[in-house]
Design a protein around this ligand. Sequence first.
Ligand code: LMR
Length: 327
Amino acid sequence: MRLLTAAVTSLALTLGAQAASAAPVEIKFSHVVAENTPKGQMAVKFKELVDERLAGKVEVKVFPNSQLFGDNKVLEAMLLGDVQMAAPSLSKFQKYTKTLQIFDLPFLFKDMNAVEKFQNGPEGQKLLGALQKKGLVGLGYLHNGMKQLSASQALKVPSDASGKKFRIMTSDVLQAQFEAVDAVPLKKPFSEVFTLLQTKAIDGQENTWSNIYSKKFFEVQPFITESNHGVLDYLVVTSAEFWMELDADLKVEVKKALDEAILHGNSIAAEKAASDKQKIIDSKRSQVLSLTDAERAQWVEAMKPVWKQFEDQIGADLIKAAEASNN
Ligand code: LMR
């Protein structure tokens, strides 16, 4: 009888273990933007592809709009295993590496083609591994687009920004960029920007057309200067621990789905920027201002010294390589 009980118990344990091992691997993908953005659409595509190809083996759950974690918490949560994937903007990694600050240097990339060229080149590819020592794996770059300046007053020349409060992402380079025009930068999470603008706690912010549109910043910012002064792109990341423990065959499939989803996100980013800009213009809630060459030159002159300030942290050669991608 005792033997039988032992056999039954052992069988139950085996079955239990099998059932447990058969549970799909869960990938929680946390991000802060709306679904109708390049990042939102990339995450949706990734889920679709994984559902299609790895049903029962891997399950992707997407949490947009800072529902799960805001940008200042998500990387810590990832290292604790509470979330498996995210794509924070490249400006939000400075606690983990200084080299990615390159992407924040004002007026470094002339357009998104230059950004793409740099990211796909040897230096850009090497930067994907910049977080390795910190337990994070860079899986790929994702585009959003060039940043514009929105404000409660028209910003045409740098002195127009003087004394005004601007929300920035958690980046010392962005802080220096606004200080270079005598403005007051404030590091705040993305989820708070609308309310800060609406209540006039701040005067302005910098962001891409799709973020300004999808988060309705244009409804509370009467002016947007089309400055294209910097880039807002993302690094898709996971934790080294999760990635290492993922079964090798599944990893290949997950990476393939992710690469395809990133391509999809990147392929719609430029069109999204153009159409969201147009929707903002059509809304008449905000006036879109363009800069003359002479006005733009003033912003460049005021902000470019920031490069020198961060050259030691980023590396002069890396800055040169990024500059060369404009040719
Ligand atoms: C921001 O904080 O302004 C952006 O990083 C949000 C995002 O993820 O595009």
